[in-house]
Design a protein around this ligand. Structure first.
Ligand SMILES: *Cc1c(COP(=O)(O)O)cnc(C)c1O
Length: 362
């Protein structure tokens, strides 16, 4: 049996063992094709079936219909920071960005290079501890779109409501919480996510786009940046990241077998609660970064009383096969990333370790 650790890395991140094993089983001979997915033509019937299956399973899980397309692109979530304003931020228009963390700010700054943007809210002076409430958002009713980041991977905060935009298209970076909980995906007009957190390996970006919006894509844009061309070609406009799409398809099947978003949402809430409970019952030994009402169920950020203890925590945790816990340099402390594929067992083990560590060092 291979060694497997409890991997709390923020992304790329842990994948379900059963998914890895399935990929391993099919690696040399994919379902009787006599070759792996890595070796097959992306124009073959077998690969087309994988892309269609991934799109359809995604739609089924998210509860969206034929008014949406699901595209598998490249360039990471970061390319979407550019593609979105290049497509939808026409001359004379402006777009609203809710700046809730590092990636939200990157998205805002990229868009600023391309057109006029406004920060509808920016709680940087509160060190992004919380998500602004609806009445704190300064939304422009004539904006081209409103952009939010549903989960802030670095600060460990998450939106627990969908902002009302009064008909202005809502665009969301869901890189770190896509398909992790039940929500009304139909309220969004464009959703994007780098796959490497909740959906599979790096190298694929999932874009969910309302078909209506495809009509707005300017023909003058470079072809590789045109959502409409990728939609028309079922994501096969050029050679796609085929193996990554295949892995996403396996992940989506795994999610379906696990009971879909209702079950996964419950599972994720219980998992995160184990760790938050260890923080809240530590008499301040562990201090959480996020305000309670804005806590993320995906990335749990906390610090210890000193940097020395932070270091000792990471070392001793690693010795118990709990890895990837170091926080991002901009926040410091710890970050436990507990995406869909992290088991309850892993969260329990981390919570137990936290209690033990505090007993010894508190
Ligand atoms: C990781 C992450 C990104 C960056 O994704 P890339 O695929 O590396 O470009 C963007 N936004 C959020 C919310 C993320 O968590």
């Amino acid at each position: 049996m291979a060694k497997r650790v409890f991997n709390f890395n923020p992304g790329p991140s842990t994948l379900p063992l059963s998914v890895l094993q399935e990929a391993q089983n099919e690696l040399i001979d994919y379902r009787g094709c006599g070759m792996s997915v890595m070796e097959m033509s992306h124009r073959s019937k077998d690969f087309e079936a994988i892309v269609h299956s991934a799109e359809n399973t995604f739609k089924e899980l998210a509860g969206i219909g034929d008014d949406y397309r699901v595209l598998f692109l490249q360039g990471g979530a970061s390319l979407q920071f550019d593609m979105i304003p290049m497509t939808f931020l026409q001359e004379g228009k402006s777009a609203d960005y809710v700046v809730t963390g590092s990636f939200a700010e990157k998205a805002y700054k990229e868009a600023k290079k391309i057109g006029t943007v406004k920060a509808a809210a920016n709680l940087a002076e509160e060190n992004h501890r919380r998500i602004p409430q609806q009445d704190e958002l300064e939304l422009d009713p004539s904006a081209a779109y409103v952009h939010i980041t549903t989960n802030n991977t670095i600060f460990g905060t998450q939106w627990h409501y969908t902002p009302q935009t009064n008909g202005v298209p809502l665009v969301a970076d869901m890189s770190s919480d896509i398909l992790s909980r039940p929500m009304d995906y139909n309220q969004y007009d464009l959703i994007y996510a780098g796959a490497q957190k909740n959906l599979g390996p790096s190298g694929v970006t999932v874009v969910v786009i309302r078909q209506e919006l495809l009509k707005q894509v300017p023909e003058t844009l470079p072809s590789m940046l045109r959502y409409d061309l990728f939609a028309k070609n079922d994501s096969l406009y050029n050679t796609p990241p085929a193996f990554g799409i295949y892995m996403i398809d396996l992940m989506l099947e795994w999610l379906k077998d696990a009971g879909g978003l209702e079950a996964m949402g419950r599972h994720n809430m219980e998992k995160a609660a184990l760790i938050y409970h260890a923080i809240d019952n530590s008499n301040g030994f562990y201090s959480g970064h996020a305000a309670k009402d804005s806590r993320s169920q995906m990335n749990i950020t906390f610090r210890l009383p000193s940097e020395e203890l932070d270091k000792a925590f990471i070392q001793e945790a690693a010795a118990q096969n709990l890895t990837g816990l170091k926080g991002h340099r901009s926040v410091g402390g710890m970050r436990a990333s507990v995406y869909n594929a992290m088991s309850r067992e892993g969260c329990q083990k981390l919570a137990d370790f936290m209690t033990e560590f505090q007993k010894k060092n508190g």
